[in-house]
Design a protein around this ligand. Structure first.
Ligand code: FA5
Length: 364
């Protein structure tokens, strides 16, 4: 907008002359600026307390009283127009900046980063890897087997008699029963001992293998889950004895729980080993010296914790997998990974391991 000279008297020329063209100069000055700070500085130089327009206003003192109103109105109009020019320049600058941002690379690397919560491995995976690593360091190689397994590999070749309770519908998730010939019946494997059968059937001795993975049973309480993980190890060669089994498992428990942790073997029964045993380690949560043993809820005051089943591979299993028991002997062991994790981290209920509650998982 131009000043409307028709409405002001010639007796106020100095003020009006100074206002003349001020909008054009301001508009031109702003158009060359490329930051909000620069725009605001230019505005302050004109409209601020020490600004040019404020200085012009001081000239109002010389304007005759009868013309003050008209000159004042002219000055106000100019001020409003300058403000409007400034606002328009600011909007235009922001629009240009936004357009440049959108046309540029998709990430604004100058933005402060937002922290991304980092996940980590599940405690069962941590323990599984640690146990497998210990056996690897003792000379065992890793083998894998399927979770949907043939009945023959899960039971029959491991010398489970057909009427053994473990084969019941109550204990086992059958996958394919109806109409299938017996040798093709499949189930969710109930233990990792089936990997033993597969490996011994496919490869001749010597074999020193360890295998980990999920297994399934119709169990559900604070120490038993329908899906859990086992690690199975076995060694088949000439003249393998129970002494070697004890040596390997002692080295394993000492590496896992510490050099001074004692281990004991109790006779036990599994159809696929003879003799069979269960191995217990000295309770890591209590000690006789500090008097905590009697009250220990984990080992129930016994001082021992059961961690695995083991034994010398039964000659009938060697025969069923094509290995001559007159020439070869071997040992096998199987442990529950959740059990080890519960002992390691003091977890009282197995079910929390599978609830996926971040408040629990964040503690590892
Ligand atoms: C076995 O499964 C044998 N196959 C182990 C074996 C291998 C023995 C080789 C001899 C030679 P058992 O049913 O006891 O054994 O299970 C082994 C471990 O799995 C137990 O000590 C326990 O820690 C764990 N376990 C068993 N059932 C469950 C379950 N429902 N939930 C969580 N852990 C379980």
């Amino acid at each position: 907008m131009r000043l409307d000279k028709a409405h002001v008297s010639p007796s106020s020329p100095s003020v009006l002359a100074q206002l003349e063209g001020i909008q054009d100069r301001f508009r031109t000055a702003l158009s060359g600026l490329d930051s909000e700070l620069a725009l605001r500085t230019a505005r302050a130089e004109l409209l601020g307390k020490k600004g040019e327009l404020t200085a012009i206003l001081r000239g109002m003192a010389q304007v005759p009283p009868d013309q003050k109103k008209q000159v004042g109105e002219a000055v106000n109009r100019v001020r409003e127009e300058l403000e409007a020019i400034f606002e328009a320049a600011l909007v235009d600058l922001k629009r240009k900046q936004r357009a440049a941002e959108l046309a540029g690379p998709p990430f604004d690397l100058s933005m402060p980063g937002r922290p991304i919560p980092r996940g980590h491995r599940h405690p069962v995976s941590l323990v599984m890897d640690e146990v497998l690593d210990i056996f690897r360091s003792l000379g065992f190689e890793i083998a894998w087997g399927p979770e949907v397994e043939l009945e023959v590999n899960n039971f029959e070749k491991l010398a489970f008699p057909p009427d053994h309770p473990a084969t019941d519908m109550q204990d086992t998730f059958w996958v394919d029963v109806a109409g299938a010939p017996a040798k093709w019946r499949t189930l969710l494997r109930t233990h990792t001992s089936s990997v033993q059968v597969r490996e011994m059937s496919d490869h001749g001795p010597p074999l020193a293998l360890v295998s980990g993975g999920a297994v399934y049973r119709r169990d559900d309480d604070v120490t038993h889950s329908p899906m859990f993980h086992q690690i199975e190890g076995f060694y088949v060669a000439r003249d393998v004895s129970f002494a070697e089994l004890k040596g390997v498992l002692t080295a394993f428990t000492q590496r896992l729980y510490g050099e001074s942790t004692p281990i004991r073997f109790r006779p036990s029964y599994f159809p696929f080993v003879e003799p069979g045993a269960e191995a217990d380690v000295g309770c890591v949560f209590c000690s006789e010296e500090d008097g905590t043993r009697a009250a220990c809820r984990v080992c129930k005051g016994t001082g021992w914790l059961e961690v695995l089943g083991c034994g010398m591979i039964h000659p009938s299993v060697l025969t069923a997998t094509g290995i001559d028991p007159e020439w070869y002997s071997g040992f096998a062991f199987g442990l529950g990974v959740e059990r080890i994790a519960m002992l390691r981290y003091g977890i009282p209920d197995i079910r929390v391991l599978f609830e996926n509650d971040p408040r629990f998982l964040a503690q590892f």
